[in-house]
Ligand binder design. Structure first.
Ligand code: NAP
Length: 162
């Protein structure tokens, strides 16, 4: 099963200057809980942006177009197909970004775990459109934190309609 996991703004922005747009600790905890023990596939720019790499406890697969490149401490993949072949038999594979990778995996994904962050912030990378003719919502949870530091969000799980 191919799952996409992302946090998106109201206008589907996901990043700026190769960084995230926000820091939401609760969402990072959920990200860890969902992905631990699994394979995560990411683009080289997202890999470069990680504060700590590889993501511990996960099989990190990193995509690059540079054919001779070998990325230290990760499994290097050179195409979408190659990345999927290097998942080591994981039942659920998580696509963790960034923008170019989400766009390419969207037609292949079975499930989307999307944190809809209720803000609009300047961004230079965007998540693809989620077409509700193709996706049905199977779970929806509003954030419960009452702290002013936390931007409100709604966590939504989408399943592809068959
Ligand atoms: N909000 C979120 O949930 C979230 C999650 C993750 C990332 N982000 C944000 O997204 C932004 C990064 O996204 P991005 O689109 O700029 O970069 P990206 O998707 O992370 O990485 C792009 C790179 O991946 C490689 N690549 C892409 N498609 C490939 C293919 N088919 N075959 C082989 N290699 C391929 C290329 O690497 P080479 O250049 O090495 O060839 C390409 O330059 C950052 O701002 C990051 O913070 C947000």
């Amino acid at each position: 099963m191919i799952s996409i996991i992302a946090a998106v703004s109201e206008d589907f922005g996901i990043g700026k200057n190769n960084d995230l747009l926000w820091h939401i600790p609760e969402d990072l905890k959920r990200f860890k809980k969902l992905t631990i023990g699994k394979t995560v596939i990411m683009g080289r720019r997202t890999w470069d942006s990680l504060p700590r790499r590889p993501l511990p406890g996960r099989n990190n697969v990193v995509l690059t177009d540079i054919q001779d490149e070998v990325i230290d401490n990760a499994v290097t993949a050179y195409s979408i197909e190659d990345a999927l072949n290097k998942c080591g038999g994981s039942e659920e594979v998580f696509i963790i970004g960034g923008g170019s990778i989400y766009h390419q995996f969207m037609p292949l994904a079975d499930r989307l775990y999307i944190t809809h962050v209720h803000c609009k912030l300047p961004a230079d990378v965007f998540f693809p459109e989620i077409d509700l003719k193709k996706w049905k919502i199977v779970r929806k949870e509003k954030s419960v934190s009452h702290s002013d530091d936390v931007i409100p969000y709604t966590y939504v799980v989408y399943k592809r309609k068959r």
